[in-house]
Ligand binder design. Structure first.
Ligand code: MNI
Length: 470
């Protein structure tokens, strides 16, 4: 385990140095807040959700869940969003032929989240390119788009090392047209996203599209991939999506190798052609020190992971600022509930997200030791730790989110023109006690005991607000 962890970190550190990453002085604390993801009432959304689900990587491209599971999740964990995995192999089973029956099944499950008022981010998921790159080890791409050129491949343990198998490297090199032999594959991918966007553009439950999970550049990495290949690819996909859907948000990820552990990304700017301002979100993942590969958060491993916390907190907001985009943590977690330090690690990344006023999607919503229910349907450690009070929607620009010893503190700057309230979620049905810095008599609250939501209408004449709730 330590070997894996060290291997991962060494690999990440080595690649970080090999890429454009240079260790710069931590930037001065930024004066201006990052842009935020907003709802159709102009409020900032703080998205708390689950990745649903790894089980969608299989032949059906659909996750294990039922409608009741979504009702239970909304009630017990208070999530207001979901990173919902879909598969290119199911969207486009043959070149240019789309499976609308699959998208109907996706839409049915999207509706389960919409009934709970939850926001759905559709994630075109892939790992190790696709099932046909290395004997079923991967997921994502359809067989017809998988060109390994007959190179060998043996699935590896830990699974992440399979990325380095010759057949997998070649499949990616052909997709990115690094070989110059398959310019059509990225075009197909963009057209598939246009088709998905056409289907969900008017679905009120869908907030946006996560264009590719954990991109991998094949034999091109970091500065040779993210700037010259990945950003232009994202631009092509954004342009295609915008011909079908002008308003949903588009989520773009840096490459996984390196940034997942906090290394700098050189992802270039992606422009949004929509009128009315960009709706592009920078969506990195955080997997320090092999915690999702059986690693622990104690002893020497904890020191390594804490070093990667510091790197991530510096490098990812800086990248979002450079891109002029909001930031959202698309994957974090993956640690078994019995791993040493699992509760501390969960508390620390939740605090990091709050400190950055950033939303997140936990990996993952699959029954098991790193899920929110175990294999027997019992709530795990994560069901409890993730279900903590938070602001779901803020009627302005958040300046502070912190939760400690049962007290939630939220600060925000008034954003003119918002009449909808700031909404705070609590795990308990008991109405919380509230103090607000606004002048008494100029603000009001309402408690929804069914949804466990406190709505706060602050005084729009006051420029800033801080609420304390417990
Ligand atoms: C070498 N490369 C390209 C690489 C390394 C490590 C991961 C990874 O652990 N990812 C973390 C989690 N993300 C996926 C789903 O997106 C999960 O299966 C992983 O646990 C990915 C790629």
């Amino acid at each position: 385990r330590v070997r894996t962890t060290l291997g991962r970190i060494t690999l990440a550190a080595a690649t970080a140095l090999a890429g454009t990453a240079t260790v710069q002085a931590a930037p001065a604390h930024a004066e201006t807040a990052l842009p935020t993801i907003t709802d159709d009432q102009g409020r900032t959304l703080i998205l708390h959700g689950l990745n649903t689900a790894s089980s969608a990587k299989g032949p059906t491209g659909l996750p294990w869940i039922s409608r009741d599971d979504v009702v239970r999740e909304a009630r017990d964990i208070g999530t207001n969003s979901v990173r919902y995995l879909i598969q290119w192999k199911n969207v486009e089973p043959r070149p240019g032929v789309y499976d609308d029956a699959y998208l109907d099944e996706v839409a049915k499950r999207v509706a389960w989240y919409g009934e709970q008022g939850m926001h759905v981010i559709l994630d075109m998921h892939q790992d190790i390119y696709g099932p046909d790159a290395c004997k079923g080890a991967g997921n994502g791409a359809p067989a017809w788009a998988t060109y390994t050129d007959g190179l060998p491949c043996t699935p590896q343990d830990p699974w992440v090392l399979t990325y380095l198998q010759p057949a997998v490297l070649r499949a990616y090199d052909n997709f990115w047209n690094n070989t110059g032999k398959h310019p059509e594959l990225m075009e197909h991918y963009a057209a598939a996203w246009r088709h998905v966007a056409q289907r969900f553009a008017d679905d009120r439950a869908v907030l946006g599209y996560d264009l590719m999970n954990e991109p991998f550049g094949g034999t091109r990495q970091f500065g040779f991939f993210e700037g010259p290949v990945l950003a232009p690819f994202y631009q092509r996909v954004v342009n295609a999506v915008r011909t079908a859907d002008r308003d949903n948000w588009v989520f773009v990820e840096p490459q996984a190798l390196g940034p997942n552990e906090g290394a700098e990304t050189s992802l270039g700017t992606v422009r949004d052609p929509r009128p009315g301002g960009p709706r592009i979100v920078f969506a990195p993942h955080f997997y320090p020190g092999g915690v999702d590969l059986g690693g622990s958060y104690d002893g020497a491993a904890k020191l390594l992971v804490q070093a990667q916390f510091a790197l991530w907190k510096r490098n990812m907001p800086a990248a979002a600022r450079r891109l002029g985009a909001p930031i959202w943590l698309g994957e974090v977690g993956g640690m078994g509930q019995d791993a040493p330090g699992a509760a501390d690690f969960t508390g620390d990344w939740l605090t990091m997200a709050d400190d950055l006023t950033m939303g997140w999607a936990y990996w993952s919503n699959d029954p098991g030791s790193s899920g929110v229910v175990d294999g027997k349907g019992n709530p795990t450690l994560f069901a409890k730790t993730l279900a903590r009070p938070y602001p779901r929607a803020v009627a302005g620009t958040p300046t502070r989110i912190s939760y400690s010893s049962g007290t939630l503190t939220v600060g925000w700057k008034t954003r003119p023109g918002i009449s909808a309230p700031t909404e705070l979620w609590f795990p308990s049905a008991t109405p919380p006690k509230v103090t607000l810095t606004d002048k008494p008599g100029t603000w009001r609250t309402q408690w929804d005991a069914t949804r466990h939501v406190l709505s706060v209408w602050a005084n729009p004449a006051e420029p800033t607000h801080t609420i304390t709730v417990h």
